[in-house]
Design a protein around this ligand. Structure first.
Ligand SMILES: [Zn+2]
Length: 236
């Protein structure tokens, strides 16, 4: 049997699902998607369950917020000369040149866009996205390779890597054991790319961000909190 309930914590409305089983103690889990699942003992009274979930409101809200911060932000861009764009955490200035054929490449501290459509924002955005995609497909497999060794002792195999645009997350670890990385992550410093890969690989052992997940993170990447903070603050 499963029931849904909700309450307000500050301005946030928290919805949770309650299921019952043979357990002795109430368990509250916040999934990476932000959904809240409560498992309660069979004989616990409804009022008691709801009271105890609400008392944990601060902790639940903090868990949900943690995931929201983990989502990337993408500012609107004009793709004009002089505008800065990130690659592996380094700022490059854009240089837009009018030419007959479209091309995009790195030259020193510049990302150069050559195109007949210098005024077309969608065209220039598509070129830059294409460039990021190529860079991601070069860099992410290398980083996965480097980071996988950290997990060898945990019995986690290197997963299949999928690289694609994602609107709300930097990455995910699917139930089938695939690692999905957001193309946009190529804008982040390499140490943050590694953090996201380690974060998702740790979900192979622990789907939630509970004590077991944090224990594993502390073990394989002791400075993960700093990397997470950097990821959240350096890509604005
Ligand atoms: Zn996660």
């Amino acid at each position: 049997m499963s029931a849904e309930a909700c309450f307000h914590w500050g301005r946030r409305r928290i919805t949770y699902r309650v299921t019952r089983d043979e357990r002795r103690r109430l368990k509250i889990a916040v999934a990476p998607s932000g959904s809240v699942h409560v498992t309660a003992p069979l004989d616990a009274a409804d009022d008691e369950v709801h009271y105890r979930v609400r008392r944990k409101g601060g902790w639940i809200a903090a868990q949900i917020e943690d995931f929201e911060q983990y989502r990337p932000r993408t500012p609107p861009r004009q793709y004009i000369s002089g505008e800065t764009h990130l690659l592996r955490g380094i700022q490059y200035r854009l240089r837009v040149l009018e030419t007959e054929a479209s091309r995009i490449y790195l030259s020193g501290d510049r990302i150069v866009i050559e195109t007949p459509h210098t005024e077309s924002v969608p065209h220039k955005a598509a070129l830059l996205n294409h460039f990021y995609r190529l860079e991601a497909h070069t860099e992410f497999p290398r980083r996965l390779q480097a980071v996988s060794s950290l997990f060898a002792s945990e019995g986690i195999q290197a997963p299949k890597l999928l690289i694609r645009p994602m609107t709300k997350r930097w990455g995910s670890y699917t139930p089938k054991g695939n690692l999905v990385l957001n193309i946009d992550l190529i804008r982040a410093p390499v140490q943050c790319i590694d953090y996201v890969i380690v974060h998702e690989l740790a979900h192979a052992l622990e789907p939630n961000h509970g004590p077991k997940w944090r224990w594993l993170m502390d073990k394989v990447l002791p400075d993960w909190r700093e990397r997470k903070r950097r990821l959240e603050t350096s890509l604005v």
